[in-house]
Structures are given as structure tokens and as C-alpha cells.
Design a protein around this ligand. Structure first.
Ligand code: TXA
Ligand code: MG
Length: 344
């Protein structure tokens, strides 16, 4: 049986924090809210606990986990060295949607790192997540709390859909504010390399670091990514999906022609600016305003899961230029659509 406990206020609901921490300490799994997406948490120092994550998610064994901490100091036991420029970066951007890859210390079990010598670490800004980590007294290993391949969960309900009956507890902390996963930065070699784009882009990190590059695999489709998670089919809704990019007029023109001809039950995931092209029976799922890409990130996975619930045959989703958070968003959309991207 999977219990869902909602925390509105950490102080008055502290019993639930304790309950979550107890389960972590018993080497069982708890789904926890973070500002990016919900995580499937386990004691990050226990091989036995982390193995359960892979079983429950159906996650490939060679895909390593992120360790979540509640204070910067906790990093010291987990890594070999903290370069000064990276320390400055962390002091500025942690807690938040940034994961950093370091050379690991001996106490990090190899199941966490998929056998490798490097470990991914993140300090989330979600208060509930940090409080559970603190109370557990161990780093919490947590991938996104979805069945592997599915869109990442941004609400407790999304987690329940995928993992009901498989884990004892889901902590409900509301809808994830950011909505896409953290930016992953490898600092074990120079130049420092972004392995997964997210809320922070290269320029954001270069405020604190001399030079940052994107992993070539993010730019070319023919190169094997350094981050194992980047190579798998991902974020995929059940229906086939296409992503269309263009100005408002060409988007409208395209949708008008498509909807005239189709008899497929279609979900239209569009910006507010373009919804007036749809008929009243059409299924419209909003990406918010085109001027507020944070809203697009916030609503993206949510809408893919909604389309599944509505049992549509096809999904048309608007895409955007690959700038800023748009790089992270398009990275997810390319995968959800199996690279079915069309400029209109
Ligand atoms: O926002 C997030 O990062 C969320 C929340 C729950 O914190 N977590 C998350 O975890 O997205 P997951 O497991 O779904 O994605 C972790 C990514 C994967 O692409 C994985 O391959 C990469 O980080 N990764 C983890 N450890 C790594 C390592 N040592 N070297 C290279 N890539 C690593
Ligand atoms: Mg994931």
C-alpha cells in the first residue's frame, strides 16, 4: 500500500518529515518533492537501499544516481576535492536546480555511481526535501520518481500513477515549481561540461566559472553522451507526438490545416497566444505565455501526462528556440517526440 502524506507547513506537519526520514533510515524508498521534479529517494550510503530504486523504476543498471544533500558542508565526505571556482559556484547557486559531478570518495557505494569513479551531487531548494535529508542524516539518492522512460513527475499524483503499490510513502509538497530536471555539470575535467541542460544555461554558470561547454552529444545526435541518462528513450507520452516550431502565424496555419484533415483524437499543447485557432471541442493544453518560458517548463511534463490520461491518439506540441532554458526544454521535447521536430 502506498500512502500519500501532504505537507503544508513543515513545523505543524513535522511528524510526516520524521516518518519519511524513518523510512529512509530503514533502507526503504520514499518519493519526495523537489523544485525540479519529484525524486524517488533512498539512503544514498546503502547499497541495499539504492538497489531498490533500480528495481522499482526499471532503471538501466548503468545509469548513475544523484546524491541530494541539505548543507554544502555535507559534500566534503562524498567527494575528493572541491575546486575553488566550483565552491564559489555552489555558494551562489545552491540550494537549487544544479547537479555537479565530482570524483567520488570511498563512502559512496558503487551502485550509486553505476560502477564509476564520479558522483553527482545536488542540494535542492525545496524546503521539504532538505528537511527530510537533514532528518535522515544521510545523503538521499534520488532519480526522478517515474517509471523509466515516462515523463518525470511534477506532482504527488504523477508519482502515484507510476509507483502505486511499489513504495510505502509519497510526500506531497505541491507542484514542482521549475518542472524540468536540474542542469548537470561535470567538473572532473576541464573545460567544465554541461551533460544535461536545465534551468541554468551555460551563461548562467559562466557568471562564476571561467569557461563552460555543452557536451557534444547534446549538440550532435551521433555522439554517445557522457551522461548515461541522456542516451535512453525518455520523457515519452503514450501517444505519438510531434513538435512544431514557428512564428504564431505559421503555427496557426499549420494547426488549421492539420485539424481540417485529421480524425485522430489530438492534444494540442500550445502557447496561450495560439489557442484561439482551436475549435471548442479540441483538446487544448496550455504552455502559458510565449514570453514566459519558465511557465512552459513548469507545465511541460504535466501536459504530457494529461494527454496520456485523456487517451489521445496524437500530440502536437509547440517548441521554441534553443536559448536559455529553451535549451533544456527542447532537450526534453526532442526525446519525448523521438526527435519528431518540424519547423513550420
Ligand atoms: O532535478 C533533478 O536532477 C531530479 C531531482 C529528483 O533531483 N533528479 C533527476 O535524476 O533528474 P535522474 O536520475 O532522473 O537523472 C540524473 C541524471 C542522469 O542523466 C544521469 O545519467 C546523470 O544525471 N548522472 C548521474 N550521475 C552521473 C555521473 N556520475 N556521471 C555522469 N552523469 C551522471
Ligand atoms: Mg529521470
Amino acid at each position: 500500500q502506498t500512502e500519500i502524506l501532504k505537507i503544508d507547513d513543515i513545523k505543524s506537519d513535522y511528524e510526516y518529515i520524521k516518518k519519511a526520514a524513518d523510512i529512509i533510515r530503514k533502507n526503504e524508498l520514499v518519493a519526495i518533492p523537489t523544485e525540479t521534479v519529484y525524486g524517488l529517494g533512498a539512503n544514498g550510503l546503502s547499497k541495499e537501499a539504492c538497489k531498490k530504486i533500480f528495481e522499482v523504476k526499471g532503471r538501466p543498471q548503468d545509469n548513475p544516481l544523484i546524491l541530494h544533500i541539505s548543507e554544502i558542508e555535507e559534500i566534503k565526505n562524498l567527494i575528493l576535492e572541491l575546486p575553488v571556482d566550483v565552491k564559489t559556484l555552489l555558494e551562489n547557486l545552491w540550494p537549487g536546480p544544479l547537479t555537479v559531478i565530482f570524483n567520488k570518495s570511498d563512502i559512496v557505494p558503487s551502485v550509486v555511481t553505476a560502477g564509476g569513479n564520479t558522483v553527482a551531487i545536488r542540494m535542492p531548494s525545496h524546503n521539504i526535501a532538505r528537511e527530510i535529508i537533514k532528518k535522515s542524516g544521510v545523503p538521499i539518492a534520488a532519480p526522478s520518481a517515474n517509471i523509466s522512460g515516462r515523463p518525470s513527475p511534477t506532482t504527488a499524483n504523477d508519482v502515484y500513477e507510476d509507483l502505486k503499490g511499489k513504495i510505502p510513502l509519497i510526500i506531497d509538497g505541491g507542484q514542482s515549481s521549475i518542472g524540468i530536471e536540474s542542469t548537470v555539470l561535470d567538473v572532473t575535467e576541464k573545460p567544465y561540461t554541461i551533460l544535461r541542460p536545465g534551468f541554468y544555461d551555460k551563461e548562467d554558470l559562466e557568471e562564476y566559472l571561467n569557461k563552460v561547454v555543452y557536451d557534444n552529444a547534446l549538440i550532435s545526435d551521433n555522439i554517445i553522451p557522457k551522461s548515461p541518462g541522456q542516451k535512453y528513450k525518455h520523457y515519452a507520452p503514450k501517444a505519438n507526438m510531434e513538435v512544431i516550431i514557428g512564428d504564431n502565424n505559421s503555427i496557426k496555419e499549420y494547426i488549421r490545416n492539420y485539424s481540417k484533415d485529421t480524425n485522430k483524437k489530438t492534444a494540442y499543447i500550445l502557447f496561450e497566444e495560439n489557442k484561439n485557432i482551436l475549435q471548442k471541442d479540441d483538446i487544448f493544453l496550455s504552455l502559458g505565455s510565449k514570453n514566459k518560458l519558465n511557465e512552459m517548463a513548469h507545465n511541460l511534463f504535466r501536459n504530457l501526462r494529461l494527454a496520456d490520461k485523456l487517451k489521445v491518439d496524437y500530440i502536437i506540441c509547440e517548441g521554441i528556440e534553443e536559448k536559455g532554458i529553451g535549451i533544456g526544454i527542447m532537450n526534453r521535447l526532442k526525446k519525448s517526440s523521438s526527435h519528431n521536430i518540424r519547423r513550420v
